[in-house]
Design a protein around this ligand. Sequence first.
Ligand SMILES: Cc1cc2nc3c(=O)[nH]c(=O)nc-3n(C[C@H](O)[C@H](O)[C@H](O)COP(=O)(O)O)c2cc1C
Length: 312
Amino acid sequence: MGLLALYMAPLQGLTEAPFRNSFERNFGGVDAYFTPFVRQEHGGPRRKDLRGLEPDANAVPRLVPQLMAASADEADLLLRPIAALGYREFDLNLGCAFPAMAKKGKGCGILPYPERVADLLGIAGRHPEYAFSVKMRLGYEDAEECMRLLPVLNAARLSRVTVHARTGKQQYKGECDLAAFARFAAECRHPVVYNGDVRTLEGIGAMQRDFPFLQGVMLGRGLLAAPWLAAEYRQGEEWTTEARLAALRSLHRDVLEAYSQRLEGGEGQLLTTMKGFWDYWYPEGDRKWHKKISKSTKLVDYLQAVSCLLEA
Ligand SMILES: Cc1cc2nc3c(=O)[nH]c(=O)nc-3n(C[C@H](O)[C@H](O)[C@H](O)COP(=O)(O)O)c2cc1C
């Protein structure tokens, strides 16, 4: 069996340019990176989101901007300034479960409405010069919704459909519904990518074995917890603990450095941003140091705790 494509999932506040660039430098193994969703503000992409897409700020070989829109018109407003930066491939967010977005009929809030989804996917017809993919959940309330969406999805010009195998109501909790994913994937005419709770090489292998039609797996929190996962899969062997920790120390140094140059809110803002990563990074590390990291209020204390945690 050939190797699956591996994609880095978009994680708002985490997989931004500083992290993606540092990840590619220290680990890699990922076929494409997806940006956290770009949202609309004052009739165009939010300025902060657009800045994060500047080619100068991005060093990964393949970056796919993700758009959050409720209609083709709204998607168009987002797409044009981003395409002007040189992007040719876009992902549409049909999965975000933030209540503020879902209530506006965006993200997973659009899934119960096939006619609205059809309108949104019309963006692919308007722009035959670009490739479009979709990242969705099984439904908002229940997993029947994705089955009702199949005619609309199958009729659209899409390069890939990635499914986070949960409903919006589940948020990030509870089991992924693999049976519902299999039912959907069997009838989906586009290349299908699985997403949700894959954290190990065995996990990737099980997906490939159980769903031989899969085009790829998208990795989110699992790739933060074990950033070596995609590289190990690609290389066909596990890294040593020393090699993993050395690369993680280097990743941490690079991310910290990138954010220190970028953030203007001083030490406090830098610490808050970095602590966000430690909610996911290296969960098998000593809890004592994890706790020190999360309680630290000064950069020196933070750095000391990180250095103890990542000692080989
Ligand atoms: C903090 C956080 C932010 C997220 N931001 C996005 C986002 O911007 N766009 C998106 O499509 N999904 C987003 N997701 C969902 C993830 O991409 C992914 O679908 C989900 O975490 C399940 O995959 P995993 O178990 O591999 O993490 C986010 C998830 C988390 C935990």
